[in-house]
Design a protein around this ligand. Structure first.
Ligand SMILES: *Cc1c(COP(=O)(O)O)cnc(C)c1O
Length: 463
């Protein structure tokens, strides 16, 4: 990410510290549509709105912190992905990004499939009526109970992640008199993050079976022999928050190479490949993500070209976006508490949540943006760090950003693009009560995951 350490423009201190920030935006009141969901704007009083509802009323009704999910935005992204890939491909939403029963129903209505990675994600999906045949089951250490349940209900595919699992799934399916559709997850030696990818030495990780050293070919050999399994294809997932298609290109080429080897050795053309998820979104105005139709076009071209070169029929492609669908659809609303200006450094703005509702900044140094949303302001920009209320100095929500210098306790600020990996990774650290997810659409707000209560928390404490 190209960010200058020494921004130009108004300053609240003589010397600005090193940091990951660009110059303050020209207008602190503007809500960049790149990072905010599509129905977000400001009303005549300058209060931010989503789905036609203003955030001060939402805070009053639902409290803070809270996640507000723009249902129209979510559904529009589902449709954009489904349309971009068309009927000859499958889009699986990666449920781990954020999963709830409402989400499952919307996915079903919009024609998407669903990835789950645990028995309880599977249970959530089934309880909201997702047909089992449209669910893919992932994970590097699925338990026998999880596999049994997945095979029993008839999930559309299980993505096999190890040699043990090949045998385990085959055995369970066989004992139930079933033949389970499976893919084999391979590691292609590519790891991609954001703008870069590294094409060597990334077999050193817990997921998948390496193409290197013929391991993946051996996995195919074993899977084809077992009558509990119907091997339908090869799966590869190379990373997350990726902007550069070059990593997918290498991955697709290596997966197609394996398909060609499988054809040469076994006379079988596996009918499917899955290229995983990981497509990036804009967390700040500096990020430039690709549209689903550009991604679909690029992936389809890469796969057809490689297949043609290898003399293979083009397999059915699937992709698994999580973040790219739900990430931009939600923001987190916080109330400002204490404000601490540190002369010559930055101003620490504490909000009423923190690492318990957004661990990504602490975990991966993720970048976010933030805006004052309960009013507009003409005050000059001040460099802030938005922090939570937890007992860790790493409890940072937004590392470096600008907010108006007249910010005061009681103001509402919002952090956009928190739909993915925030509520789903939320914790009870400091016995924080996990915030609700409120779906907003056409002037109506509806709680889809309620706020945790003290009672919920104490109910688990049976000592
Ligand atoms: C996490 C994951 C995804 C989704 O990743 P995003 O970055 O949310 O798009 C897709 N497939 C697999 C196998 C994953 O582990």
């Amino acid at each position: 990410m190209s960010r200058s350490a020494h921004p130009a423009g108004p300053r609240h201190a003589d010397v600005l510290p090193e940091g990951h920030y660009s110059a303050p935006p020209a207008d602190l009141n503007s809500l960049d549509p790149k990072v905010w969901s599509q129905t977000v704007g400001r009303n005549a009083d300058g209060v931010a709105t989503v789905g036609g509802l203003d955030v001060t009323a939402l805070a009053e009704e639902f409290g803070t912190p809270a996640y507000f999910l723009d249902e129209d935005d979510f559904r529009a992204r589902c449709r954009a992905w489904a349309e971009a890939f068309g009927k000859d491909a499958d889009v699986f939403y990666a449920g781990k990004a954020f999963l709830s029963r409402a989400i499952v129903r919307w996915l079903h209505e919009e024609g998407l499939n669903l990835d789950v990675c645990s028995g309880t994600e599977l249970a959530t999906a089934l309880s909201a009526g997702m047909p089992a045949g449209r669910i893919a089951f992932h994970g590097n250490n699925k338990s026998e109970d999880e596999i049994l349940r997945a095979v029993e209900v008839g999930v559309g595919r299980i993505v096999l992640d190890s040699f043990q699992e090949i045998v385990r799934v085959a055995h369970i399916a066989h004992s139930l008199g079933k033949r389970q559709r499976v893919q084999i997850r391979v590691t292609v030696g590519v790891e991609a993050h954001t703008h870069e990818f590294i094409a060597t030495a990334h077999e050193d990780q817990k997921f998948g079976i390496a193409l290197a050293g013929g391991q993946a070919a051996e996995a195919v050999r074993r899977a084809l022999k077992l009558d509990g399994l119907e091997l339908i294809g090869i799966h590869s997932h190379i990373g997350s928050q990726i902007f550069d298609m070059a990593g997918f290109e290498v991955s697709a080429r290596r997966v197609v190479q394996l398909l060609a080897e499988v054809r040469d050795e076994h006379g079988v053309e596996l009918p499917e490949i899955d290229l995983g998820g990981g497509l990036g979104i804009a967390y700040t105005s500096d990020d430039d993500p690709r549209e689903p139709h550009e991604i679909a076009k690029a992936l389809n071209e890469i796969v057809s070209r490689e297949c043609e070169a290898a003399g293979l029929r083009t397999p059915r492609i699937s992709v698994e976006p999580g973040r790219a669908i739900v990430g931009p659809s939600a923001f987190t609303l916080y109330e400002v508490g204490t404000i601490k200006p540190l002369e010559g450094l930055r101003t620490y703005v504490s909000v009423d949540g923190g690492m318990s509702d957004n661990i990504r900044t602490a975990l991966y140094d993720a970048e976010y943006s933030v805006a004052l949303v309960s009013r507009t302001s003409d005050a000059e920009p001040m460099l802030v760090r938005v922090v939570g209320k937890h007992c860790e100095s790493g409890d940072i929500v937004v590392r470096d950003a600008f907010l108006p210098a007249d910010l005061a306790p009681g103001d509402l600020v919002a952090v956009p693009a928190t739909g993915a990996y925030c509520r789903s990774m939320a914790s009870n650290y400091n016995h924080a009560l996990r915030p609700p997810v409120v779906a907003v659409r056409d002037g109506e707000a509806r709680v889809i995951v309620r706020r945790e209560t003290e009672e919920d928390l104490l109910r688990l404490d049976v000592g």
